[in-house]
Design a protein around this ligand. Structure first.
Ligand code: VGL
Ligand code: ZN
Length: 198
C-alpha cells in the first residue's frame, strides 16, 4: 500500500491565511501531481476550538510567537488559526481530495496542542492514524504539507518512532521559519531520525 500523508494543507497556512506560510499554496500543484503514484492518500487537518490554548488571544498580555509553559510543556503561541468550521480551517480549494481518501483531525482538545498527525503534544491522545496504517498493513509513508518545521516534522518523527519508513518530499513542504533556517533544521532533524529527504 503506497501511502501519501498530506499534512495540514489548509487556507490558514497559505498566503492570506491567519498563520500564512510563505508560498504555502505552492505545495498544492505538486501534491495533486504526485498523488496518482499512491494507493492511498491521507490528509491531516488542524482543527481547533476557538478557545484553544495555543492561541495568543487566549492568554492575557501574551504575544504571537511567545513561548509559554502550558501544563509543564513549552508552547509557542499562535495567531488564531484553523478554527473548526471556519474557512481558514478548510483545505486549500485546489487540493485534489477524493471520496476514498481519509482525513484525520487534530488539535481539538482545548488544553493541548497537536503538531503530529498521530497524537497530541503530550502524547496521550491518538488521532487514530497509527491504528489505521497498521490495519492497512502500511509499513512506509511519503509525507508532504505544511509546515515543515512544525506539523510535518512532528508527524515524521512519530512515524519513525512507530517504525515506519518515511520519505519527505522537499518540494511538497514549506516552513513557517519563525527563525530563519527553521525549515532546513527541521529537514536535518527528520533525516537524523532516519527519514529520507527526497
Ligand atoms: C501548525 C502551528 C500551529 C502546522 C499547526 O500545521 O504546522 N503549526 N498549528
Ligand atoms: Zn494549530
Amino acid at each position: 500500500m503506497k501511502t501519501l500523508v498530506v499534512v495540514d494543507v489548509q487556507n490558514d497556512f497559505c498566503p492570506g491565511g491567519a498563520l500564512a506560510v510563505a508560498e504555502g499554496h505552492r505545495v498544492v500543484p505538486y501534491i495533486n501531481r504526485i498523488r496518482g503514484r499512491f494507493d492511498m492518500v491521507i490528509f491531516t487537518q488542524d482543527w481547533h476550538p476557538p478557545d484553544h490554548a495555543s492561541f495568543a488571544s487566549n492568554h492575557r498580555g501574551r504575544d504571537i510567537y511567545e513561548v509559554i509553559d502550558l501544563h509543564g510543556q513549552p508552547q509557542t503561541l499562535w495567531p488564531d488559526h484553523c478554527v473548526q468550521e471556519t474557512r481558514g480551517a478548510e483545505f486549500h480549494p485546489e487540493l485534489d481530495i477524493r471520496t476514498d481518501d481519509s482525513i484525520f483531525r487534530k488539535g481539538q482538545l482545548r488544553e493541548v496542542d497537536s503538531y503530529s498527525g498521530f497524537m497530541d503534544n503530550d502524547r496521550t491522545h491518538q488521532t487514530g492514524l497509527a491504528d489505521y496504517l497498521k490495519e492497512k498493513g502500511v509499513d512506509g509513508i511519503d509525507v508532504v504539507g505544511l509546515a515543515t518545521d512544525y506539523c510535518v516534522k512532528f508527524t515524521v518523527l512519530d512515524a519513525r518512532d512507530l517504525g515506519l519508513r518515511v520519505s519527505v518530499h522537499r518540494e511538497g513542504c514549506r516552513a513557517v521559519n519563525i527563525k530563519p533556517g527553521d525549515g532546513d533544521r527541521a529537514f536535518q532533524e527528520m533525516a537524523a531520525a532516519g527519514a529520507d529527504i527526497v
